[in-house]
Ligand binder design. Structure first.
Ligand SMILES: [Zn+2]
Length: 215
């Protein structure tokens, strides 16, 4: 059984890295973002709550994130383990998490702010079907148009320099104490998130003593 936590600022590719690891090792990928998106799309009670919070331009608070993750872990459908992404959000949650689960490794993806800015500000979204694009990594075939439905591509409302700056500040303020706590008690390693996704994955596997990706 393997239990990992993956941490990294937005744009660091942590979802992609978590998925590559999860698919290969049969781990359950517990992504807080995906869980909330699922609830919003399926119009659940939690989804309505999340939608209300986002409409006012706020972030989902730590409490709600914590209870959602706890509920997800309580499903116990993770026979081979899990990789958790987007949690813990603060030191008390990390403390609780460590008491409840034997974590085997904390993957910390490091990306300089400048690169975060470059990646995040290149994100686009189809205004019709919601498909995600990125002008660096995933360009549409026709500029400004969705490959799937031909809809107009737009930036997310909160992907502005200013909003990103605030999110980055918030991210480090919250994450640094969590990382410090993990460093004291657990096995944290930092991986440079700048190279391509396979290189990053290989580096992660090297640290976790896992066979290389694609073997
Ligand atoms: Zn579309």
């Amino acid at each position: 059984m393997r239990k990992y936590v993956i941490m990294g600022v937005q744009g660091s590719g942590k979802g992609t890295q978590a998925m590559m690891l999860a698919n290969d090792l049969d781990l359950v990928h517990i992504s807080v973002g995906d869980i909330f998106r699922w609830h919003v799309q399926n119009h659940t009670k939690l989804g309505a709550q999340v939608r209300r919070i986002m409409q006012t331009g706020q972030l989902v608070d730590d409490e709600l994130v914590g209870s959602t993750v706890r509920r997800r872990l309580d499903d116990h459908d993770w026979n081979f383990g899990f990789i958790i992404d987007g949690f813990p959000r603060n030191a008390p949650q990390a403390e609780f998490f460590l008491e409840s689960y034997d974590i085997d490794g904390v993957i910390h993806l490091d990306l300089p702010d400048e690169e975060v800015r470059r990646r995040v500000l290149a994100r686009r979204l189809c205004s019709r079907c919601g498909m995600d694009y990125n002008l660096i990594a995933h360009r549409p075939k026709i500029e400004g148009r969705c490959d799937v439905c031909g809809g107009l591509l737009v930036s997310r409302e909160d992907d502005t320099e200013h909003a990103l700056e605030a999110r980055l500040r918030d991210y480090y303020a919250k994450t640094d104490p969590v990382l410090d706590l993990f460093r004291r008690k657990e096995f944290v390693f930092t991986v440079d998130a700048r190279p391509d996704k396979v290189t990053v994955q290989q580096e992660i596997r090297h640290h976790l003593d896992l066979p290389p990706y694609g073997t």
